[in-house]
Design a binder for this molecule. Structure first.
Ligand SMILES: Cc1ncc(COP(=O)(O)O)c(C=O)c1O
Length: 409
């Protein structure tokens, strides 16, 4: 089932994706802060639309349903926009699914794949939401429910890729999905219950190596080959974006070409024509969001120490740097001609609240060369549209969360 007609190209760094860092110039930023309070999440509607259109364009030549992974950013305005633009949705809890329905999404457009079983399996199955069982226990719950129809099963293919171990959702370190060696148990369940499994769901992680996709779909197809009733293969999300120079961005055009080739190859060998689904979150919204905040203090730790910029925001609004050592572009919005190396920190009473960690190492610090700042200067942190507001920490130090606003209607 392996083919080699298409190879993913060299790792691509799409510097273009970073150009929107200049979007929030000083004037726009100060106007927004005057209208609202700091800190502020700012989302660029034009950029969001552009990303969806670009992706749908890549999918034109292949029978593919694009589901937006709601967890990346569940703002109702984004959900409504993506619904209007023709996307379907992936929810990671029944609460997330309910929020999408409240935003106006038809339940049949929602796929629910949750670590925790829905509170009321009957209600979920009745609603029309497409349910994905993510464990043998969840399969058991489906068989006990009154309504039984086509369902999906999430498999752990034994292969994972994330931008670090914490975002890897495949392989032996991951609890997500039914371990691939248990497919015989799944088939047995299907035989015993008579419930049809028409879809397989795989999600190997977020932001991993953009070259992994051929291997991922080949492995997935090997598993689907063992499950004759499956008609749809959901390859999940995880397509990386470049937030700062040096990071790589998944080339969706090439990835879709590889998927198309491998599915055609599978059809040739098995006579089975599978429908493809993907469910990106980050790729669609990551670089369309910014966290706008203010410098509230500047301190240093002497000649052998560091210069610190303290913000009126931090890990309570944007957890990724403290949690993953994730890199986000940071700009100090002033007209300073001189620069300085700064460690940018958040306002939480927590040493780990660092916005400039060493790449991939939340415990390390890597000062950034930034325009010399002053208390009161505005700071914009880019690449904050995905897993920013949605992963905020509410309650710590009782800081209020950043407000969310949209620009470029
Ligand atoms: C099941 C599933 N699908 C899709 C996604 C979206 O991933 P990303 O935002 O990296 O595209 C995730 C993220 O964790 C996920 O768990």
């Amino acid at each position: 089932m392996r083919g080699s007609a298409y190879t993913l190209g060299q790792k691509t760094i799409i510097a273009d994706e970073m150009k929107n860092r200049a979007l929030l110039n000083q004037k726009t930023a100060s106007e927004l802060i005057t209208l609202y309070r700091s800190p502020l999440y700012v989302y660029d509607l034009a950029k969001l639309k552009e990303r969806v259109k670009e992706l749908l364009d890549y999918c034109k030549t292949i029978d593919c349903t694009v589901r937006y992974a709601i967890k990346a950013n569940p703002h109702p305005r984004i959900i409504k926009l993506f619904d209007e633009l023709g996307l379907h949705f992936d929810a990671s809890s029944d609460y997330e699914a309910d929020e999408a329905v409240s935003a106006g999404v038809d339940p049949v457009k929602i796929s629910l794949s949750s670590q925790q079983p829905p509170g009321d399996m009957n209600k979920t199955l009745r609603s029309g939401i497409k349910f994905v069982a993510t464990s043998l226990h969840q399969l058991d719950l489906v068989s006990k429910a009154a309504r039984k129809e086509n369902i999906a099963v999430r498999l752990n293919p034994g292969l994972g890729a994330g931008h670090n171990r914490r975002t890897t959702t495949g392989g032996v370190i991951s609890s997500f999905g039914v371990w691939h060696e248990y497919i015989p148990k799944v088939l047995d369940w299907q035989l015993q219950t008579g419930i049809n499994i028409n879809r397989v769901h795989i999600h190997i992680g977020s932001g991993g190596d953009s070259q992994i996709w051929r291997q991922a779909i080949q492995k997935s197809l090997e598993l689907v080959n063992q499950m004759p009733s499956v008609e749809i293969l959901n390859m999940g999300g995880g397509y990386s974006i470049a937030r700062v120079a040096g990071e790589e961005s998944a080339d969706m055009s090439q990835i879709m070409t590889v998927f198309k080739y491998e599915l055609a190859n599978f059809a040739k060998q098995t006579g089975r024509h599978l429908r493809l689904e993907i469910e990106p979150g980050t790729w669609l919204v990551g670089n369309a969001g910014f966290l706008l905040c203010k410098i509230v203090d500047i301190v240093d730790t002497g000649k052998r120490g560091f210069n610190f910029i303290k913000l009126d925001s931090g890990m309570n609004d944007l957890l990724r740097p403290a949690m993953y050592g994730a890199q986000h572009p940071i700009e100090v919005l002033n007209n300073s001609k001189s620069t300085k190396d700064y460690v940018v920190v958040g306002h939480n009473c927590e040493t780990g609240d660092i916005m400039t960690p060493a790449p991939g190492d939340p415990e390390g610090i890597k000062p950034r060369n930034l325009p010399e700042g002053a208390i009161g200067d505005l700071v914009v942190i880019g690449g904050a549209g995905a897993y920013g507001a949605s992963m905020r920490v509410v309650g710590y130090n009782s800081f209020p969360s950043a407000t969310e606003v949209f620009i470029n209607e």
